[in-house]
Every structure is written in C-alpha cells, then in structure tokens.
Design a protein around this ligand. Structure first.
Ligand code: CP
Length: 306
C-alpha cells in the first residue's frame, strides 16, 4: 500500500492496519527530516491549509502548523473566539468562506462530536480531524502508538492501560482503536463513574485498582480530568481523585517491572501525575510532542498526494 484509501482523516476507526503502517513508515522519513539542519521539504509547496480551531489547543494546533510549514504549505489559522462565528455565522458558511479563498485542506478541532464528519458530507475539501468533542483525536492516537513502538520496538502483544477520565476522552477512544489494530491488549482504569458502560463492547479490559492496572501493563497512558466537559461531579474532589488514581513515584517504584509513561497533555502536575513521574526517563511526554510533528507531516503529505 502506498496511499491512504480515503480523502479525509476523520477517525482511527476508519483506518486499516495497512494505512496505519503506511503513516508510520512515512513519519519515519519525516522524523529524519525534522532532525536535520534544514528541516523543510517542498512536498506541499502549492497547497494551502486552513487550521480551524473552535476549541483551545496548544500542542495540536502548533504541531499541525509546524508540520504544514515543514512541508512548505501555505498556512492560515482560524480561531473561533476572534472570528465572525461570534456574530452568528454557521460552521458550513464559515468553512465555505474559507474554501472560497482557494484553500485545499481543512484541519478542524471542534467541541461537537461528529463536526468533521458533518463537514466531510457537505463540503468539497480534504479534512483532518484534530479532535471532535468526546469522539476521536486520530493524530494523537497515531503519535501515541508511534511513540510506544519507538521506545518498545513493537506494539503487537504489548499491554497498554489508559488511566483517568475515559468517559470524556477522545484520546482514549482513538487510542483503543489504534492499539487494537496494531495488536496490543488495552485496559482502561479509573473511577467507575468515569468509565463508560459501553467500553467493554470495544474489547478492552476494565480495572478500577490503579496498582493492579500498572502491574499488568507495559505502557500507561495517563489522561487529565476534563473538568470543562463534566456536567456533574463524578468524584468527591480532585484531592480524592489524586489519592486513588494519581500516578506518583511511590506506586511506580513498587512495580515488579519498568513501564513507560505517556500523557497526551496538557498535564496537570500533582493531580493525575506527579512531576517526578512526568519528568522521569521512562516518560515519553516530550517524545510524543516531537513525534506529533512527524506524524502530522505524514498524514498531511499522504492526504495531499491523493
Ligand atoms: N493533546 C492535545 O490535544 O493537546 P492540546 O489540547 O493542547 O492540543
């Protein structure tokens, strides 16, 4: 396989294992490029990409923008807080206006699950989902899996636990799809109120005891508590969450084996992860950010080449 099947990247659910392998292979090449003294290639020289973000972002927005610039694309950035969306313009009208400026590709983050899928049905442009509400965050899952593969050598047969606010996490859902396609065993761990009932139907294990979960896994992906999406209290206090589900150096030291630690960011030090765990050699958090640029270059390049 040397190209992606679809014109869009809306979710991991729709990707085949062969497509994920192709993205990883292409990212290997671009990772070499971004570590050279000349970090730019002319691959997308005549392509214009609009990054339209309706939700806050640091990593994903900057990573896409850098990936686009490293590929020599023309880039425009749209932020809903300073746009005419505030004057009542609809999503479709906003995007159609942007496309009228001869834009070739849209990277979209939106708080509504399915917003990129809705756009894909109604507009004539290539679309990349940069996170849609609680649904999917495909490039995050790709860079997480790529980072695990890079550190552990391979993914097939590895055990990965995702810890935290699974109920509100698009990262968890996309990670489950990606890791399972790559042959990993996946477990989720957190307070019962933050684990959706349907999750077992995806073929993942559920564990409420964090020590058991950490002892089971080769890699732990720790998520933040998404207070901005929670419409009711799911646990008594953040202090209590930290007491029962925070990953600290004592728990990690007590394990029978060394595990690797991932976190998609933003991290809340002292809540779901302590600084000592986040900054340790077995934590891949900044490797994930570096790999994010290579993964996004690969996705944009492969979509543009179609
Ligand atoms: N991981 C992630 O999506 O981070 P941002 O919200 O900062 O983009």
């Amino acid at each position: 396989m040397n190209q992606l099947i679809k014109n869009n990247l809306l979710g991991i659910k729709e990707l085949s294992l062969q497509e994920i392998d192709l993205i990883f292979e292409t990212a290997d090449y671009f990772k070499d490029v971004i570590n050279r003294s000349i970090k730019r290639v002319p691959s997308l020289r005549d392509i214009t990409i609009a990054n339209i973000f309706f939700e806050n972002s640091t990593r994903t927005k900057l990573s896409f923008e850098l990936a686009e610039k490293r590929l020599s694309a023309d880039v425009i950035n749209f932020s809903s807080s300073s746009s005419s969306v505030k004057k009542g313009e609809t999503l479709i009208d906003t995007v159609n206006n942007i496309l009228s400026m001869k834009v070739d590709m849209i990277v979209i983050r939106h708080s509504s699950p399915g917003a990129p899928h809705f756009l894909a049905k109604h507009i004539d442009s290539k679309i990349v989902n940069a996170g849609d509400g609680t649904h999917e965050h495909p490039t995050q899952a790709l860079l997480d899996a790529y980072s695990i593969r890079e550190r552990l050598g391979y993914i097939e047969g590895k055990k990965v636990v995702i810890i935290g606010d699974i109920l509100h996490s698009r990262v968890a859902i996309s990670n489950i799809f990606a890791l399972q396609k790559l042959g990993a065993e996946v477990m989720v761990c957190g307070p019962a109120t933050l684990i959706p009932k349907y999750i077992r139907t995806l073929g993942v294990k559920v564990e409420l005891d964090i020590k058991k979960a950490l002892n089971w896994c080769d890699a732990a992906n720790i998520l933040r508590i998404q207070l901005e999406r929670q419409r009711m209290p799911y646990f008594p206090s953040l202090r209590e969450y930290t007491l029962y589900y925070g990953v600290n150096e004592e728990i990690v030291k007590e394990l029978d084996k060394e595990i690797i630690i991932l976190h998609p960011g933003p991290i809340n030090r002292g809540i779901e992860i302590t600084s000592r765990v986040a900054d340790a050699d077995n934590a891949l958090i900044l490797d994930q950010v570096e790999n994010g640029v290579a993964i996004r270059m690969a996705v944009l390049y492969l979509l543009a080449s179609k």
